[in-house]
Design a protein around this ligand. Structure first.
Ligand code: UD1
Length: 429
């Protein structure tokens, strides 16, 4: 068991470089099986555990995967020969469901155990299944443990999504690139990683247009080839550093970002009184006084990302006045507020709304990372708080953030990773 121990109360200052986008990588890596060729993918966050798990799944079905350097993978999918992925491989990772679309595209068959991932409320995949069925596939998911999809010849068609779903949009794209004719996805998700997946598929010879709007048109192709591709920067890691800078009343230059992807976060930080300077591929965030209040409603892109609401809740816990956060994507995404309240935050949760009365100062405490972004919020809270904060269950944080100690340490944070054998005293790693 490992923990992060933070001695808080230090302003973050200096520069930090953001890694490649986890959520783009988790769709792009399975997509490589669509070609019987070699892909080289750059700017990957290879040290996070979600990426290790998706690579294991790819190797399991027969791909040859090599790390060329700390952020570049060589993937040879020529010998992929399995369309089945058991739960021992998928259990750690929600995104393993992208193998359903990718293997359906490659073999006309996929049999994938239902995935794990953060618990944020029920996470149905009915829209993915609806898309595959409209493409002509026969889907059986009767025991709810495994999804089996088969189709001799997928045919392009119109698919109207009942909810805006990143997962369903990406999964349907992965299958439809190999269908006969044109598929039109309406009410598609517009997230930056959907655009990145479309660009990657097009680099492999696919014909995907309209990604980034709510209508995506995919003309199926007979053949896809290998490519070299560089993944976009991680919008949520960048946003996490932006909020951490503001919450510690610091001054941080966040590099390797696409400022346009950060606009919903930038807008809220500015509303709270921070100065955000946008450059070509970096943003500088400064705040030298108590943050102001603001209200947030999470929405599909370009709305405020649900993956940034726990981090913003920390900033708003310190704000002058009352703020309200409404969570419109997930039903159970306020569990972390209990942990934040252990640090003194004044938060009332009513259903999918959190009412936050700002306080002057958070106090260090022992808290838990309930899930990935909840864990990021605990780090920010620990950095801003007075005294010592210990964060347990950090395996959730390791799923999605590279080199937490190194990156925050460079900015002046006092943060350590400790190994704690059950019941005994913590030991420094
Ligand atoms: C969602 C977020 C994404 C975030 C991720 C983890 C949106 C639109 N998506 O992506 O930004 O990184 O969570 O926090 O903000 N749904 C169905 N049926 C389906 C699929 C989804 O009803 O088949 C519902 C979900 O229950 C949820 C909503 O649609 O309420 C969005 O789900 P989806 O975008 O698919 O989830 P992720 O891809 O995990």
């Amino acid at each position: 068991m490992e923990k992060f121990v933070i001695n808080g109360g230090r302003r973050l200052t200096g520069e930090v470089a953001v890694s490649g986008a986890k959520n783009a990588a988790l769709a792009i890596i399975p997509a490589t099986v669509l070609s019987q060729d070699i892909c080289v993918i750059e700017n990957l966050p290879t040290s996070i555990s979600d990426i290790s798990y998706i690579i294991k799944a790819l190797e399991y079905i027969g791909a040859d995967v090599k790390l060329i350097n700390s952020s570049t993978l060589y993937i040879d999918a020529r010998r992929v020969n399995l369309y089945t992925i058991p739960d021992s491989i998928t259990t750690h990772l929600r995104a393993s469901y992208y193998f359903i679309g990718a293997l359906l595209g490659r073999f006309g068959r996929a049999n994938v155990a239902m995935p794990g991932g953060c618990y944020l409320g029920p996470r149905p995949i009915d829209q993915h299944i609806k898309g595959f069925e409209l493409l002509g596939a026969k889907v059986s998911a009767e025991d709810k443990a495994t999804v089996d999809v088969r189709c001799d010849k997928m045919r392009g068609t119109g698919i109207y999504l009942d909810v805006v779903s990143v997962g369903a949009t990406a999964n349907i794209m992965l299958a439809a690139v190999r269908a006969q004719g044109t598929t039109v996805i309406e009410q598609a998700a517009k997230e930056p990683h959907i655009v990145d997946l479309a660009n990657f598929l097009n680099s492999m010879g696919a014909d995907v247009r309209g990604a980034g709007t709510d209508v995506i048109k995919i003309r199926g192709v007979e053949h896809m080839h290998g490519c070299n591709y560089s993944i976009i920067p991680d919008q949520i890691e960048a946003g996490t550093f932006m909020v951490a800078a503001a919450a510690t009343r610091g001054d941080v230059l966040i590099k390797n970002v696409i400022p346009k992807h950060l606009e919903p976060i930038t807008a809220k930080l500015v509303e709270c009184g921070a100065a955000v300077d946008e450059n070509d591929d970096s943003v500088r965030v400064r705040l030298d006084r108590r943050p102001g209040k603001c209200n947030i409603k999470t929405m599909p892109h370009p709305g405020f990302p649900t993956d940034m609401q726990p981090q913003m809740a920390v900033l708003l816990s310190l704000a002058d006045g009352q703020s309200v956060i409404s969570e419109s994507i997930w039903t159970n995404r306020f569990r972390y507020t209990e942990q934040l309240m252990r640090m003194g935050a004044d938060i009332t949760v009513e259903g999918r709304t959190a009412i936050i009365n700002g306080i002057e100062q958070l106090k260090g405490a022992s808290v838990r990372a309930d899930d990935l972004r909840a864990g990021a919020a605990m780090i920010i809270a620990g950095l801003a708080a007075t005294g010592k904060t210990e964060i347990s269950d950090i395996l959730h944080i390791d799923r999605g953030y590279e080199d937490v100690v190194g990156k925050f340490g460079e900015l002046g944070a006092d943060i350590r990773r400790l190994y704690c054998p059950d019941g005994s005293a913590a030991k420094a790693l």
